[in-house]
Design a protein around this ligand. Sequence first.
Ligand code: ATP
Length: 215
Amino acid sequence: MIRKEGEEIVIPTAVIKRLPKYHRHLSKLIRKGVEKISSKDFGQIVGVSAPQLRQDLNHFGNFGQQGYGYNIEKLYNELSKVMGIEKKSNMVLVGVGNLGQALINSTDFKRRGFYLSAAFDINPRLVGMMINGIKVRDIETIENYIRENDINIAIITVPEEAAQKLADRMIDAGVKGIWNFAPVDLKVPKGVSVENEHLTEGLLRLSFKVKDDKK
Ligand code: ATP
Protein backbone atom coordinates (compact mmCIF):
# COMPACT_ATOMS: atom_id res chain seq x y z
CA MET A 1 0.00 0.00 0.00
CA ILE A 2 1.37 3.44 -0.87
CA ARG A 3 0.17 6.70 0.59
CA LYS A 4 -0.36 9.59 -1.72
CA GLU A 5 -1.30 12.98 -0.30
CA GLY A 6 -3.19 11.48 2.61
CA GLU A 7 -5.06 9.03 0.45
CA GLU A 8 -4.29 5.33 0.45
CA ILE A 9 -3.92 3.65 -2.93
CA VAL A 10 -3.24 0.05 -3.77
CA ILE A 11 -0.56 -0.64 -6.35
CA PRO A 12 -0.91 -4.01 -8.11
CA THR A 13 1.94 -6.41 -7.34
CA ALA A 14 2.65 -6.84 -11.06
CA VAL A 15 3.33 -3.09 -11.31
CA ILE A 16 5.57 -3.12 -8.22
CA LYS A 17 7.53 -5.97 -9.79
CA ARG A 18 8.21 -3.91 -12.91
CA LEU A 19 9.30 -0.74 -11.07
CA PRO A 20 12.91 -1.79 -10.32
CA LYS A 21 13.43 -2.44 -14.03
CA TYR A 22 12.03 0.99 -14.97
CA HIS A 23 14.22 2.54 -12.29
CA ARG A 24 17.36 0.77 -13.49
CA HIS A 25 16.83 1.90 -17.09
CA LEU A 26 16.02 5.47 -16.03
CA SER A 27 19.29 5.53 -14.10
CA LYS A 28 21.13 4.37 -17.23
CA LEU A 29 19.44 7.07 -19.35
CA ILE A 30 20.41 9.75 -16.81
CA ARG A 31 24.03 8.57 -16.94
CA LYS A 32 23.89 8.86 -20.73
CA GLY A 33 22.66 12.45 -20.39
CA VAL A 34 19.21 11.83 -21.90
CA GLU A 35 16.63 14.31 -20.56
CA LYS A 36 13.31 13.14 -21.91
CA ILE A 37 11.81 10.10 -23.56
CA SER A 38 8.48 9.12 -25.10
CA SER A 39 6.42 6.30 -23.62
CA LYS A 40 6.90 4.42 -26.89
CA ASP A 41 10.71 4.59 -26.73
CA PHE A 42 10.89 3.91 -23.02
CA GLY A 43 8.42 1.04 -23.39
CA GLN A 44 10.68 -0.47 -26.05
CA ILE A 45 13.71 -0.24 -23.76
CA VAL A 46 11.96 -1.89 -20.81
CA GLY A 47 10.01 -4.39 -22.92
CA VAL A 48 6.42 -3.29 -22.27
CA SER A 49 3.90 -1.61 -24.57
CA ALA A 50 3.49 2.17 -24.39
CA PRO A 51 -0.11 1.92 -23.04
CA GLN A 52 0.99 -0.55 -20.37
CA LEU A 53 3.85 1.72 -19.35
CA ARG A 54 1.57 4.78 -19.15
CA GLN A 55 -0.94 2.79 -17.13
CA ASP A 56 1.78 1.60 -14.73
CA LEU A 57 3.21 5.07 -14.20
CA ASN A 58 -0.20 6.70 -13.83
CA HIS A 59 -0.52 4.94 -10.48
CA PHE A 60 2.02 7.38 -9.11
CA GLY A 61 1.02 10.66 -10.70
CA ASN A 62 0.93 12.42 -14.04
CA PHE A 63 4.50 12.42 -15.25
CA GLY A 64 4.11 12.27 -18.99
CA GLN A 65 3.18 15.30 -21.01
CA GLN A 66 1.39 15.04 -24.32
CA GLY A 67 3.89 15.61 -27.10
CA TYR A 68 6.83 15.83 -24.71
CA GLY A 69 7.11 12.42 -23.10
CA TYR A 70 8.65 11.82 -19.72
CA ASN A 71 11.16 13.98 -17.93
CA ILE A 72 13.62 11.24 -17.04
CA GLU A 73 15.12 12.75 -13.92
CA LYS A 74 11.72 13.66 -12.49
CA LEU A 75 10.39 10.18 -13.14
CA TYR A 76 13.53 8.60 -11.66
CA ASN A 77 13.21 10.68 -8.49
CA GLU A 78 9.54 9.89 -8.17
CA LEU A 79 10.08 6.14 -8.60
CA SER A 80 12.91 6.33 -6.04
CA LYS A 81 10.43 7.85 -3.61
CA VAL A 82 7.76 5.28 -4.44
CA MET A 83 10.25 2.44 -3.81
CA GLY A 84 11.57 4.12 -0.66
CA ILE A 85 15.15 4.31 -1.91
CA GLU A 86 15.56 8.05 -1.62
CA LYS A 87 15.92 7.26 2.09
CA LYS A 88 18.93 5.17 2.94
CA SER A 89 18.55 1.60 4.23
CA ASN A 90 20.90 0.05 6.75
CA MET A 91 21.53 -3.64 6.25
CA VAL A 92 23.25 -6.57 7.91
CA LEU A 93 24.16 -9.91 6.39
CA VAL A 94 24.10 -13.26 8.21
CA GLY A 95 26.12 -16.22 6.97
CA VAL A 96 29.55 -15.36 5.60
CA GLY A 97 29.95 -18.45 3.36
CA ASN A 98 30.69 -18.29 -0.37
CA LEU A 99 27.45 -16.56 -1.29
CA GLY A 100 27.55 -14.21 1.69
CA GLN A 101 31.08 -13.15 0.82
CA ALA A 102 30.15 -12.58 -2.82
CA LEU A 103 27.33 -10.26 -1.71
CA ILE A 104 29.60 -8.42 0.73
CA ASN A 105 32.03 -7.86 -2.13
CA SER A 106 29.36 -6.49 -4.42
CA THR A 107 29.58 -2.71 -4.68
CA ASP A 108 26.21 -2.19 -6.29
CA PHE A 109 24.10 -1.72 -3.14
CA LYS A 110 25.72 1.43 -1.83
CA ARG A 111 25.22 3.23 -5.12
CA ARG A 112 21.49 2.60 -4.66
CA GLY A 113 21.31 3.77 -1.04
CA PHE A 114 21.62 0.39 0.68
CA TYR A 115 24.37 0.40 3.31
CA LEU A 116 25.67 -2.95 4.48
CA SER A 117 27.28 -2.14 7.80
CA ALA A 118 28.09 -5.53 9.36
CA ALA A 119 28.11 -9.26 8.72
CA PHE A 120 27.50 -12.03 11.25
CA ASP A 121 28.51 -15.67 11.46
CA ILE A 122 28.58 -18.51 13.96
CA ASN A 123 32.02 -19.73 12.88
CA PRO A 124 34.74 -18.37 15.22
CA ARG A 125 37.28 -18.62 12.39
CA LEU A 126 35.33 -16.02 10.43
CA VAL A 127 34.42 -13.73 13.34
CA GLY A 128 36.75 -10.71 13.45
CA MET A 129 37.65 -10.89 9.75
CA MET A 130 37.29 -7.82 7.53
CA ILE A 131 35.78 -8.38 4.09
CA ASN A 132 35.56 -5.43 1.72
CA GLY A 133 35.68 -3.10 4.75
CA ILE A 134 32.87 -4.97 6.55
CA LYS A 135 33.60 -6.58 9.92
CA VAL A 136 32.36 -10.12 10.57
CA ARG A 137 30.79 -10.25 14.05
CA ASP A 138 29.64 -13.01 16.35
CA ILE A 139 26.04 -14.02 15.63
CA GLU A 140 25.25 -13.77 19.34
CA THR A 141 25.65 -9.99 19.16
CA ILE A 142 23.20 -9.49 16.30
CA GLU A 143 20.13 -8.35 18.25
CA ASN A 144 22.03 -5.58 20.01
CA TYR A 145 23.66 -4.50 16.77
CA ILE A 146 20.29 -4.27 15.00
CA ARG A 147 18.77 -2.23 17.82
CA GLU A 148 21.71 0.13 18.15
CA ASN A 149 22.33 0.75 14.46
CA ASP A 150 18.86 1.31 13.09
CA ILE A 151 19.03 -1.73 10.82
CA ASN A 152 15.92 -2.26 8.71
CA ILE A 153 17.00 -4.90 6.19
CA ALA A 154 18.75 -8.26 6.74
CA ILE A 155 20.33 -10.45 4.08
CA ILE A 156 20.22 -14.17 4.92
CA THR A 157 22.85 -16.46 3.41
CA VAL A 158 22.95 -19.21 6.05
CA PRO A 159 22.00 -22.85 5.42
CA GLU A 160 18.31 -23.75 5.27
CA GLU A 161 18.06 -25.16 8.79
CA ALA A 162 19.35 -21.96 10.43
CA ALA A 163 17.37 -19.43 8.39
CA GLN A 164 13.94 -19.27 10.07
CA LYS A 165 15.27 -19.05 13.62
CA LEU A 166 17.66 -16.26 12.64
CA ALA A 167 14.90 -14.45 10.77
CA ASP A 168 12.68 -14.58 13.89
CA ARG A 169 15.48 -13.21 16.08
CA MET A 170 16.24 -10.36 13.70
CA ILE A 171 12.56 -9.48 13.30
CA ASP A 172 12.17 -9.36 17.11
CA ALA A 173 15.11 -6.96 17.16
CA GLY A 174 13.45 -4.64 14.63
CA VAL A 175 14.27 -5.77 11.09
CA LYS A 176 11.44 -4.95 8.66
CA GLY A 177 12.67 -6.57 5.46
CA ILE A 178 14.50 -9.78 4.69
CA TRP A 179 16.35 -10.62 1.50
CA ASN A 180 16.50 -14.39 1.82
CA PHE A 181 18.93 -16.56 -0.14
CA ALA A 182 18.42 -19.68 2.00
CA PRO A 183 16.44 -22.37 0.14
CA VAL A 184 13.40 -22.11 2.41
CA ASP A 185 10.22 -20.02 2.30
CA LEU A 186 10.47 -17.91 5.43
CA LYS A 187 7.41 -17.15 7.51
CA VAL A 188 7.24 -13.56 8.66
CA PRO A 189 4.63 -11.65 10.65
CA LYS A 190 2.43 -8.90 9.23
CA GLY A 191 4.38 -5.69 8.74
CA VAL A 192 7.58 -7.52 7.75
CA SER A 193 8.44 -8.22 4.11
CA VAL A 194 10.51 -10.99 2.64
CA GLU A 195 11.98 -11.44 -0.82
CA ASN A 196 13.08 -15.01 -1.43
CA GLU A 197 15.90 -15.50 -3.91
CA HIS A 198 15.96 -19.19 -4.53
CA LEU A 199 18.86 -19.24 -6.93
CA THR A 200 18.64 -22.86 -8.03
CA GLU A 201 14.95 -22.41 -8.85
CA GLY A 202 16.02 -20.04 -11.62
CA LEU A 203 18.39 -22.70 -12.90
CA LEU A 204 15.65 -25.33 -12.79
CA ARG A 205 13.31 -23.06 -14.79
CA LEU A 206 16.09 -22.65 -17.32
CA SER A 207 16.65 -26.41 -17.40
CA PHE A 208 12.96 -26.88 -18.19
CA LYS A 209 13.24 -24.43 -21.09
CA VAL A 210 16.37 -25.99 -22.62
CA LYS A 211 15.56 -29.64 -21.87
CA ASP A 212 14.57 -30.49 -25.44
CA ASP A 213 17.87 -29.11 -26.74
CA LYS A 214 19.96 -31.21 -24.35
CA LYS A 215 21.95 -34.06 -25.88
P1 ATP B 1 27.25 -20.80 0.64
O1 ATP B 1 26.02 -21.68 0.77
O2 ATP B 1 26.96 -19.38 0.92
O3 ATP B 1 28.03 -21.02 -0.62
P2 ATP B 1 29.06 -22.35 2.26
O4 ATP B 1 28.83 -23.58 1.48
O5 ATP B 1 30.44 -21.80 2.32
O6 ATP B 1 28.16 -21.15 1.86
P3 ATP B 1 27.09 -22.89 4.31
O7 ATP B 1 27.16 -24.19 5.02
O8 ATP B 1 25.99 -22.70 3.33
O9 ATP B 1 28.52 -22.58 3.74
O10 ATP B 1 26.98 -21.74 5.41
C1 ATP B 1 27.03 -20.38 5.07
C2 ATP B 1 27.58 -19.63 6.29
O11 ATP B 1 26.56 -19.59 7.27
C3 ATP B 1 28.79 -20.29 6.93
O12 ATP B 1 29.82 -19.32 7.04
C4 ATP B 1 28.29 -20.75 8.29
O13 ATP B 1 29.31 -20.66 9.29
C5 ATP B 1 27.15 -19.75 8.55
N1 ATP B 1 26.17 -20.22 9.51
C6 ATP B 1 25.62 -21.44 9.63
N2 ATP B 1 24.73 -21.49 10.64
C7 ATP B 1 24.70 -20.26 11.18
C8 ATP B 1 23.99 -19.64 12.26
N3 ATP B 1 23.09 -20.31 12.99
N4 ATP B 1 24.24 -18.35 12.52
C9 ATP B 1 25.12 -17.65 11.79
N5 ATP B 1 25.83 -18.15 10.78
C10 ATP B 1 25.63 -19.45 10.47
